[in-house]
Design a protein around this ligand. Structure first.
Ligand SMILES: [Zn+2]
Ligand SMILES: [Zn+2]
Length: 365
């Protein structure tokens, strides 16, 4: 399967307009005549496979299918570097990850590995917008123009790229276990009297052991626009139950970011994350009151991977040259937001509180 120009765009059977995937219906809908079409019926390619776990050899080979299976224009942000593909040009002209208007059109990269699964948007755009406005209204001590800006700003829905890894980890560890014991010592206090006190000592003994870890769908974010730490806040995504086989029709009406972290780099990051997890698992198994010099040697087997897309709503805005974001997990509705504070509002509030205290103290006298 290669990416094949416009052949897989989904057209309305009634009026021929482009169908949009509607999160609230989990179906494709025509915005003009309200016709609804099942996603599977709109699919013109081969029937989609379910989410498949694939072996490591395939990840690093060139044998995997490429492209999104739909003709797209991509917009690349000159500010943060994110490249977002739009199957049917529903762009606002600003980068949805950082709010910058420095975006240029480019051809979609057809050489990217095709995602074999995705979680469709479940939270409707209206709900996400409501959450955004509710959040802005609830903010205290924020600049006034922020609220003005939020009134006109719409939230963008984008599929963000991820790699997932499964693996069995076999880890041997060696450490020194420390056991505390107490010794009574005699000392002379400041008045020249003899007294005793308990002093803690540690006895070190070599220890070793073995840990087995089983990992399912470790997520590695491949986005350029979202940092790993931002994504952590939006997690979890229910990848074990809600992933469906990839079909380009789910992207209709939405943007999809091209991955910026390639398979090799993702696998390196994945191995590091497995190792960190195994290190802390082993650390909790070392006997004794404390330990030092913990060394692990991990072996991974039965490694499989997936490349999937996960739904995120983002309202990104720039304020005094800094990017702030409000985000909604497009599957669960979990929100997270950042906003600037207004110095003057906080300053006057503090002055008012001090004035009240002064008044109150005068009144007390
Ligand atoms: Zn129609
Ligand atoms: Zn950007």
């Amino acid at each position: 399967m290669t990416s094949d120009a416009t052949s897989k765009r989904c057209d309305c059977p009634g009026c021929g307009a482009t169908l949009i995937f509607a999160a609230e219906l989990q179906k494709l809908r025509c915005e003009y005549c309200d016709a609804e079409v099942d996603v599977n019926k709109a699919n013109q390619g081969p029937p989609p496979a379910g989410p498949v776990e694939r072996g490591l050899a395939l990840l690093l080979s060139a044998e995997t299918s490429k492209g999104l299976g739909v003709s797209t224009t991509a917009l690349q942000c000159q500010q943060c570097g994110a490249a977002i593909s739009y199957p049917d040009k529903v762009t606002s002209g600003a980068c949805c990850f950082c709010g910058s208007h420095l975006v240029v059109e480019k051809a979609s990269n057809a050489q990217l590995i095709t995602p074999e699964s995705l979680i469709p948007f479940k939270v409707a755009k209206e709900q996400a917008n409501e959450k955004f406005r509710g959040w802005v209204a609830s903010l205290w001590f924020r600049p006034n123009d922020l609220k003005k800006m939020a009134r006109v700003k719409d939230i963008d829905g984008v599929y963000a790229p991820f790699w997932t890894f499964d693996a069995q980890a076999d880890t041997r560890w060696h450490a020194e276990s420390g056991y505390h014991y107490y010794v009574t010592e005699e000392y002379t206090n400041s008045e020249g009297k003899k007294e005793t006190r308990q002093v803690q000592h540690t006895r070190w003994e070599p220890s070793s052991g073995h840990h087995r870890g089983s990992y399912d769908d470790l997520l590695i974010c491949a986005s350029k626009g979202l940092s790993e730490s931002l994504v952590r806040i939006l997690e979890p995504y229910n990848t074990t139950q809600n992933l469906v086989g990839y079909q380009s029709s789910y992207l209709s009406g939405w943007g999809a970011e091209e991955y910026a972290v390639g398979p090799k780099e993702a696998w390196e990051k994945g191995q590091k994350r497995f190792e960190q997890n195994e290190y802390s698992a082993c650390a909790s198994e070392v006997p004794g009151d404390t330990h030092r010099n913990l060394n692990i040697s991990m072996r991974l087997s039965q490694v499989t991977w997936k490349h999937c897309l996960l739904p995120v709503y983002i309202a990104a805005y720039r304020y005094h040259d800094k990017t702030y974001r409000f985000m909604v997990n497009g599957e669960t509705g979990k929100v997270s937001g950042e906003a600037p504070y207004s110095f003057w509002k906080i300053f006057f509030a503090v002055v008012a509180v001090i004035a009240l205290i002064v008044l109150f103290m005068k009144y007390q006298k």
